[in-house]
Ligand binder design. Structure first.
Ligand code: HEC
Ligand code: HEC
Ligand code: HEC
Ligand code: HEC
Ligand code: HEC
Length: 196
């Protein structure tokens, strides 16, 4: 029985491997391509960092569905264009990377980002359930606001090992609260909440 859904899950991963990830934060993704570079050298620190000269943008300004949907979501090209029509970069390297944005926009194509964080299709992870109780993005993805181009998983993330999920569900950090304000002392470890 167990074996069957695992095999089914794997077949699903293979079938979906050809489907592009970026379309408005769709539910399914490309297979992990952590080792190859990204199509545009998008630096998280320049946008979300709080050092001098960085833009202190909120994570959810771009990952706008994290609080209300299963997927955190990747912003569409149009959002980048909104700033980069004006902000063209200072150095030649920056200008070359920023110019690529307009090319995707002109061709009406989504930027083919390589997906980094992905669990197998036989398990399900709902962002909103975690973000609304007060967990920080950094707890699971590390200090993203200090990173340049993302091309590998942060050691904080343990999603390819179910023990990571279970350990926190048994004993979550203190200070998490449900929407009605009541404290959260544990989360479900029933197989069916994650595998269905
Ligand atoms: C200006 C928009 C923008 C802001 C602000 C932003 N991100 Fe991103 N983020 C992106 C884009 C575009 C990608 C896809 C390219 C990449 O992987 O770097 C991405 C990718 C990611 C990924 C990897 C997704 C995957 O699996 O491929 C994580 C995790 C992430 N961001 C977390 C964060 C966190 C945490 C913050 C706040 C500290 C943040 N982001 C702020 C635009 C943004
Ligand atoms: C709120 C405005 C804003 C948005 C939205 C935004 N950027 Fe930027 N971006 C900036 C600013 C400001 C800089 C710094 C430019 C400089 O220093 O001259 C920058 C720099 C960059 C650079 C060059 C960074 C370097 O140091 O090499 C790239 C590439 C870039 N952005 C890509 C993107 C992409 C892709 C998106 C959409 C996912 C995006 N930006 C969304 C404001 C924005
Ligand atoms: C409890 C751990 C946890 C927290 C908190 C968390 N994430 Fe994630 N994130 C994950 C896991 C696990 C995946 C892989 C999910 C999958 O494959 O379905 C993921 C995938 C992603 C992705 C890529 C796919 C997508 O959902 O669009 C992005 C972007 C992302 N996270 C951004 C964020 C941001 C931004 C925050 C904070 C607002 C955040 N995450 C909070 C664990 C977490
Ligand atoms: C750092 C702590 C933490 C990690 C890591 C974590 N979770 Fe959670 N998760 C929680 C908390 C806390 C809740 C309870 C939210 C609530 O009660 O509303 C929760 C709720 C859930 C729910 C909803 C459960 C229900 O009763 O409907 C699912 C599904 C889930 N998590 C899946 C996962 C998966 C899959 C992973 C690993 C890839 C994971 N979580 C990793 C803390 C975590
Ligand atoms: C909180 C979420 C969660 C719960 C509860 C959960 N699992 Fe998992 N499980 C996962 C994740 C995440 C993976 C790893 C997915 C990956 O490899 O990307 C996984 C992997 C597995 C695997 C594949 C082998 C392995 O260890 O990687 C089996 C079998 C499995 N789970 C069975 C179960 C059974 C049986 C239960 C109930 C006793 C259960 N799971 C409860 C999230 C969960």
């Amino acid at each position: 029985m167990k074996k069957n859904w695992l095999i089914g899950g794997l077949a699903g991963v293979l079938m979906l491997a050809g489907v592009a990830f970026v379309q408005g934060g769709g539910a399914e993704g490309e297979d992990v391509a952590a080792e190859s570079g990204q199509p545009i050298a998008f630096p998280h620190n320049q946008h979300a960092g709080s050092e001098e000269g960085q833009n202190r943008m909120d994570c959810q300004f771009c990952h706008f569905s994290a609080e209300r949907s299963v997927d955190a979501g990747i912003p569409p090209v149009s959002m980048c264009v909104g700033c980069h029509q004006v902000v063209q970069g200072t150095t030649p390297e920056q200008q070359a990377e920023i110019a690529k944005i307009q090319e995707y926009a002109d061709h009406n194509e989504p930027i083919p980002w390589n997906r980094i964080y992905k669990i197998s299709d036989h398990a399900h992870f709902p962002h909103m359930r975690h973000v609304t109780v007060g967990l920080e993005c950094q707890t699971c993805h590390g200090e993203v606001q200090t990173y340049g181009v993302l091309n590998e998983r942060d050691p904080a993330w343990g999603g390819d090992n179910m023990g990571w999920c279970i350990d926190c569900h048994r004993n979550p950090p203190e200070g998490l609260t449900a929407t009605d304000g009541s404290p959260i002392e544990e989360a479900s470890i029933d197989c069916a909440v994650c595998h269905y």
